[in-house]
Design a protein around this ligand. Structure first.
Ligand SMILES: [Zn+2]
Ligand SMILES: [Zn+2]
Ligand SMILES: [Zn+2]
Length: 326
């Protein structure tokens, strides 16, 4: 396994074979007895029966004990897959879907995500920590047991780099955070809002890439998901995430969910130095949900010019009309 950089687009590509036993062959790795023998990175709550558990990914894309081995191959750059790859087992119950969790249970998962991000960021080698959830066969879900994944990488994923660069430009120009501006305008217009809970907003972004794309943001500025603002009520975020997914699942059961937070600023070298002096002012954490309605939607991300057949105003209206309580 190695990571190669495309010099034209600056995308990093993890390349190589990845072999994994099918779930059917070995049983669910997150049920007893397998889970009892697994190495536990974090268990929540810390005492009593566990609700959420973090384990090393059984077939990781990135590994902690590896020499990054940055090397050139002629004009190209490549490196070893140094990083971390963990699985967050979101419930001990095999058949329980994330969207049917109670607010409290979702809150547990959110705090585990935050605590893994904060912990992995202590390692200055890691430039970025990603938390994501692939649910449903079309989203490349790896196990049917409710789970999410955490990766720490020694590079910043390109989409995040783009976001950071444009948020930075916006701030330079207007001295305001682009995400705060988005929430303020959406709040005023209302037509792309899907749901609101306290200070948390769920909306279909103005230039949605796919039908029913949803972003979840806090209306108060904060660049770090893993470090809630004083007074922020994460139980409200949990309630909103649950309701939004219950709405969405009536329309699309497969989706990618990804937490976008600021990169690790502990890394003093290279791309993170100087450039992001205003990071805490210009970046703003958020959650992106990309539903997959059709098989061919894959091609959207390849072309990177998106064709979306549904206006986000109509998507938000449809999502609003769904009953999130059933
Ligand atoms: Zn299971
Ligand atoms: Zn902001
Ligand atoms: Zn984002």
């Amino acid at each position: 396994m190695e990571i190669r950089r495309d010099p034209v687009t600056q995308s990093w590509v993890v390349s190589g074979q990845r072999e994994r036993p099918e779930e059917g062959e070995t049983g669910c790795p997150f049920d007893p007895p397998a889970i009892e023998n697994a190495k536990v990175i974090l268990s929540w709550p810390s005492e009593g029966p566990w609700q959420v558990r973090v384990l090393p990914h059984p077939e990781p894309l990135y590994r902690v004990e590896i020499d990054p081995g940055r090397a050139a191959e002629g004009i190209y750059d490549k490196m070893g897959p140094l990083g971390a790859h963990e699985v967050v087992v979101e419930t001990p119950q095999h058949d329980k879907r994330f969207s049917t969790f109670s607010d409290e249970e979702i809150d547990y998962v959110l705090s585990v995500w935050g605590s893994r991000i904060a912990d992995l960021k202590k390692d200055a080698r890691f430039k970025y920590v990603t938390v994501f959830k692939n649910q449903g066969p079309r989203a490349g879900q790896e196990w049917s047991h409710a789970h999410s994944q955490v990766t720490a990488t020694i590079f910043v994923p390109r989409r995040i780099k783009y976001e950071l660069a444009s948020a930075h430009d916006w701030f330079k120009d207007k001295e305001r955070c682009v995400f705060c501006d988005i929430v303020r305008q959406e709040e005023k217009q209302g037509k792309r809002i899907v749901d609101v809970q306290g200070d948390y907003y769920a909306l279909c972004p103005y230039a949605s890439r796919v039908p029913f794309e949803i972003w979840i943001l806090h209306r108060r500025h904060n660049h770090l998901f893993e470090q809630p603002r004083p007074g922020a009520n994460r139980r409200q975020l949990a309630a909103l995430v649950g309701r939004v997914l219950r709405r969405l699942e009536k329309i699309a059961t497969s989706f990618h969910l990804v937490v976008h937070t600021a990169p690790n600023t502990r890394n003093k070298k290279g791309e993170l130095s100087g450039y992001w002096k205003t990071l805490s002012e210009d970046y703003h954490w958020h959650i992106e949900i990309m539903p997959i309605l059709e098989k061919r939607s894959k091609s959207y991300s390849i072309k990177e010019v998106y064709f979306n057949s549904l206006l986000p105003e109509q998507a938000a209206e449809q999502l609003r009309s769904v009953d999130p309580n059933t």
